[in-house]
Write a protein that binds this ligand. Sequence first.
Ligand code: GLY
Length: 419
Amino acid sequence: MKVLVIGSGGREHAICWKFAQSPKIEKVYCINGNGGISQIAQVSDIDISDFERLAAFVKENGIDFTFVGPEIPLSQGIVDFFKERKLKIVGSSKDASRLESSKIYSKQFMKNYGIATAQYHSFFNAQDALDFLDKWGNKKAVVKADGLAAGKGVYICANADEAKKAVCEMMNDRVFGSAGSKIIIEEFISGRELSYLIFTDGKTYSMMPAAQDHKRINDNDEGQNTGGMGAYAPAPLATAALNKKVEDQIIKKVMLGLASEKLDYKGVLYIGVIMNKDKPFVLEFNCRFGDPETQAVLPLLETDLTDICLAILDEKLADIKITWKKQFAVSVVAASGGYPNKYKTGFEIKGLNKVKDALVFHAGTKTEHGKILTAGGRVLAITALADNIQEAIDKAYRNIVLIDFDGIHYRKDIAKRLL
Ligand code: GLY
């Protein structure tokens, strides 16, 4: 079979890598790929929002099914477009993708189906939000842009004044463009965050090992927010008892909501959960694999990803048994100096061939004249698997020190909170 993966980050490298191991897959295609993906897949350049061209590419190359990595084409309706043309595709429909692409929709969904989440108010103009904040007082507030903002549309504000600033940036200055034309303001919930991911065919689901991300740029969770500087899985915090709670109190209700709303969902759902006094609250839904969680989770998957996708497409996920390695995965992201602010690219990445007992998942890289160069903020991730946490951490760091490029920055404390 031939599979097309859409996307060009570390997550998509991990997805392509997993498909490339499948005995059923003769060829992996990727749009638009990166320097690492091009070593295992045929990479082509097409705008991932140009569905006509993507569909034509699939037909021309006799591709059996497509797997969508990022949220933008999902929110724009790639799944609906492909299905109308009888092309098989794993992902959420445009309507279902509103769980990620509209915070207001997703909050309403949670309210309708009794899923615990922070109390919130939605606003359609800045003045109403500012008037509301006049009565907020001196407690923390979370201001969220309604639409997609590449993971940057959430401000955690110390008090009403900071929240007002956030409202003005989003709604008046439009720092996130039209994504900030509507916003929500919600209560801040404290606690430890967990990333729960499930495969679903819309009827049933299968939970993946829960992961934890490291959002801040610097050690000890200091500094600016990023797309994610590292992850590990399975998270020890996600005990069997907690997983059962999340399944009963969140996942089953989501499945009921998908069915009741007749939402067509065949893919991966990411549920960002925060644990507050032993109670799981949903922070967000994403209609796709997480990044960098995928780089930690997929290497643990024993089952053929192709079999899972085919079962999803046939709505037969309940018929297959999905198994996971009894190991621990740590993934450390190496970023360009300056990220998440301005950074330079085009530096040669050295030492890639020295990495022996870990995986390298490329993100912002490209190949030029036989060399691999940096081409983005998050450049690559090193993932190490081992039988215990300490060994996995040691292995990941033993390998990442072998990599070098101008300005390389990575956190030295990924997963170390567990020791
Ligand atoms: N790691 C967070 C995300 O993928 O959205």
